[in-house]
Design a protein. Structure first.
Length: 280
């Protein structure tokens, strides 16, 4: 994928707190968009100018906290990072729809250039797969008009989405097999491990498999060094979990509520972001 990061295309800083709102659960899939205004193709060295112009329109004209889309794809097949994988988009019509699916905009218009190029279709396919593999997003694929009264993403893009978004010259991509069953962790087991492991001999583990699920999630959040992802809910893991509890994504707890001993509410927030299931 020819990804152009925000720093590479010169994005403005997004406004907080709204521009920093994370998704609260995995996405169902991806919705495709077009610009809804006339668009004329341009040389690639001018595409980043247009993306910056679009961000300014969304922030200064619409009053949004950032460019509305998760990603944008130019006619040359480059994928521009908008709000990206983690921050909720504002392009799908309302908060529920924005939460439900990623928003990927093809730089084609309602007049002028209305049919995507082969390079653009290939780049959009790359973006869809990136959202599915790294998001996470499910296999659902459609257009802005699905569930919202609009002509977006235009007939050409919508027809391609309805075909399964095949790569140019290829065939529609078959849906991926159903994902494996999510790991399950028990609140009671984790609380027991967090109380028993720290004072025990080094290497002691309680409910190791479930602790590893949580440690890997904390590692993915950047809160726990890889050396301590070992299945033991020791002091380092307790400290990392306390940092998760204090974080906005983890509930913003303070004092005794952020003691590093897992509670159901903070654990469910972590599970929603990292793909496991909480029992008890």
């Amino acid at each position: 994928m020819k990804l152009v990061t925000r720093s590479q295309w010169g994005a403005r800083a997004y406004r907080t707190p709204n521009g920093a709102t994370p998704y609260s659960r995995p996405r169902r899939g991806v919705k495709l968009h077009y610009l809804g205004t006339p668009y004329t193709d341009r040389t690639h060295d001018r595409c980043d100018d247009y993306v910056r112009q679009l961000q300014a329109q969304h922030m200064d004209g619409n009053g949004w906290s950032d460019i509305g889309y998760s990603f944008l794809v130019c006619t040359h097949g480059y994928v521009y990072e908008g709000r990206g994988l983690k921050r909720r988009n504002s392009a799908n019509g309302n908060t529920t729809l924005n939460e439900q699916d990623y928003a990927v905009c093809l730089l084609v218009g309602s007049s002028g250039l209305v049919k995507p190029t082969d390079d653009q279709l290939g780049g959009t396919r790359d973006a869809i797969e990136y959202c599915r593999e790294e998001g996470p997003a499910g296999d659902w694929l459609g257009g802005h008009r699905d569930g919202y009264a609009t002509a977006c993403p235009g007939d050409a893009v919508y027809a391609w989405a309805q075909q399964g978004a095949p790569r140019p010259g290829g065939t529609a991509v078959e849906p991926k097999p159903a994902p494996a069953t999510k790991p399950r962790v028990s609140v009671a087991h984790l609380r027991s491990a967090a109380r028993q492991d720290p004072p025990a001999a080094q290497g002691h583990t309680t409910y190791k498999a479930e602790v590893l699920v949580v440690e890997r999630a904390l590692r993915a959040e950047g809160l726990l060094p890889a050396d301590y992802v070992d299945g033991s809910f020791g002091s380092k893991t307790i400290g990392a979990y306390a940092r998760w509890q204090r974080s906005p994504a983890g509930g913003g707890y303070t004092g005794a509520d952020a003691d590093g001993i897992p509670g159901k509410a903070s654990l469910k927030l972590l599970a929603a972001r990292r793909g496991f299931t909480v029992t008890d």
